[in-house]
Design a protein around this ligand. Structure first.
Ligand code: GRF
Length: 202
């Protein structure tokens, strides 16, 4: 399967997906790394690794316009799947609809807990025993689609949001590659999961 990765920053999850894809039996390849931030560190890394990149600053562009241009770049690259990896832009329902069942995101919490930002601080503040990460299918609601995989990470006494984030990031890198491999190997599973969500919503 051909996967495009959308990033806004460091791109360590993108790097994890890319290096996992270099294994001979990996069922996906990264065909494009795209960003709304031309200075994203991950773009330079992808380039150095011989992966096509695309940068489109969102400043001065309306959201639907920006998403449409992104969508076009993804299609030109021949992507079958989109992996969001620290892409810090809310996507339009139109864009999400086009990629439904074929777009995934990684979120640094054990969803459904702590959607949105500052997940680690909120988990520590709440006195939770575990933080963690989740990979989920992207639906129109933020951080809300069917969960494909999760890894709990113990919160240690004295953890700060940064120390916890660093350990969760290790877990993210393992989980994301694995979940993406499973998704592209069994695409009907995504359709089935989305059907369950829609059945509940009806
Ligand atoms: C990760 O913690 C991801 O879960 C969150 O943003 C961070 C991105 O890190 N959405 P990186 O750019 O993949 O290093």
């Amino acid at each position: 399967a051909r996967v495009a990765v959308l990033i806004s920053g460091t791109g360590s999850n993108m790097a994890a997906l890319l290096y996992a894809s270099r294994r001979a039996d990996c069922p996906y390849e990264i065909v494009l790394v795209a960003s709304n931030n031309p200075d994203a560190g991950g773009l330079a890394l992808a380039k150095a690794e011989g992966v096509a990149t695309f940068a489109l600053p969102h400043k001065g562009m309306k959201r639907p316009e920006h998403d449409a241009a992104m969508d076009e770049a993804l299609r030109e690259a021949g992507a079958d799947y989109v992996a969001l990896a620290g892409y810090m832009r809310i996507l339009t329902p139109e864009f999400v609809g086009k990629w439904e069942g074929r777009m995934v995101n990684i979120h640094p919490s054990l969803l459904p807990r702590y959607k949105g930002l500052d997940t680690h601080a909120r988990a520590i503040q709440a006195g939770d025993a575990h933080g963690g990460c989740s990979v989920h299918l992207v639906t129109a609601e933020l951080d809300d689609g069917p969960i494909l995989g999760q890894t709990p990470v113990a919160i240690l006494p004295g953890d700060t949001p940064d120390t916890l984030a660093a350990r969760v990031l290790f877990a993210e890198h393992q989980l994301y590659a694995r979940a993406l491999e499973e998704l592209v190997s069994r695409p009907y599973r995504a359709d089935w999961l989305l059907q369950q969500v829609n059945a509940i919503a009806l």
